[in-house]
Ligand binder design. Structure first.
Ligand code: SER
Length: 318
């Protein structure tokens, strides 16, 4: 039977690129994008689009009943900074939304579901360097708390109901096709846009804040690879650590300066610093590599070249 794919939260940073990739793999007619809001991105003019609020069970039943998806990517969530601004909504959307979608997947016999976790599950007591897969998990942000609880429920739904959920802990994601919305790692995308526009950037994280990061192309590939892997390879039913690269604002600026020599970076630290300071510097992803063959393509050097190139910059400076 041909697969029917439903992407929930499709208009966000990950969804936009994932939908494009899925359309190429499965054909646009087999990919349904859904979100609480519409996006102007041309990718959504191909295939079907449905307005979907994950807190509205009637709407969920309508969409699942209409399309009978076989694979679901449930990406709808409030990210770290947005959830801190509205903690109750953060809990509700991230948890109740997840229960509603997991329950619908069971009811409609969905074969596989992808649910993203985050490095936000880690907290100030977690070992920060090469953070192990299994370690102290004491997040102190609403987003991190919901992602940790969500991971536990991924495993629970698998063990108790046989729901085939697959999950990875995304690091900060950096891509040129879509913009992030409300995260703590957003600076690492914005910096490229500003570097090309004004040759300067004001960072809201301090110079020594090293965080795990990943190019969006790697993140989308990881998402597709784990979702398509044979079930027996997915030995962890909570969520896998995956690693791309790690850097702080100063290291990123130095790499950008190789292409835009007069680029300047200054700092105006805000509330997001506290969130970033509670997260690890780098991630040990040995288990993802061993179980389903994870391998990143981008390091800091080629990530910067790719971003500047695609955002139009290298041609201006060369
Ligand atoms: N990029 C996310 C955030 O900053 C982390 O999962 O909230």
């Amino acid at each position: 039977m041909a697969e029917k794919i439903l992407v929930i939260g499709a208009c966000g940073q990950v969804g936009t690129e994932l939908v494009e990739n899925l359309q190429n793999i499965y054909g646009a007619a087999n990919v349904v994008a859904s979100d609480i809001r519409k996006s102007d991105n041309p990718v959504f003019q191909n295939g079907s689009f449905e307005m979907l609020n994950v807190l509205d069970k009637t709407q969920i039943a309508e969409v699942f009943g209409k399309y009978k998806p076989t694979i679901v990517y449930h990406l709808a969530a409030l990210l770290s900074a947005t959830a801190e601004a509205n903690p109750k909504l953060g809990w509700e959307l991230n948890m109740d939304g997840t229960f509603n979608i997991f329950d619908a997947c069971l009811e409609y016999g969905v074969k596989r579901i992808f649910w993203p976790s985050s490095i936000a599950v880690f907290g100030p007591t977690t070992p920060a360097v090469l953070t192990p897969q299994s370690t102290i998990l004491e997040p102190n942000t609403v987003y991190g708390i919901t992602k940790l609880a969500g991971e536990r429920y991924c495993e629970y739904y698998y063990n108790r109901y046989g729901l085939d959920v697959r999950s990875i802990r995304y690091p900060g994601l950096i891509g040129w096709k879509s913009l992030p919305g409300g995260g703590t790692t957003d600076y690492a995308v914005d910096i490229f846009h500003q570097a090309l526009k004004t040759k300067s950037y004001t960072s809201f994280l301090d110079e020594s804040t090293t965080l795990p990061m990943m190019h969006m192309e790697d993140a989308v590939r990881a998402t597709l690879e784990i979702t398509d892997a044979p079930a027996e390879k997915i030995k962890l039913r909570s969520s896998y650590n995956i690693s791309g690269t790690s850097f702080n604002p100063e290291e990123l600026a130095a790499e950008i300066r190789k292409h835009i020599p007069d680029f300047t970076l200054d700092y105006a630290i805000d509330h997001r610093q506290k969130i970033a300071s509670s997260w690890p510097d780098s991630i040990d992803d040995a288990q993802a590599r061993a179980d389903w063959g994870w391998q990143e393509k981008y390091n800091l050097e080629n990530l910067v070249i790719n971003m500047l190139d695609n955002l139009g910059g290298l041609s201006l400076t060369e």
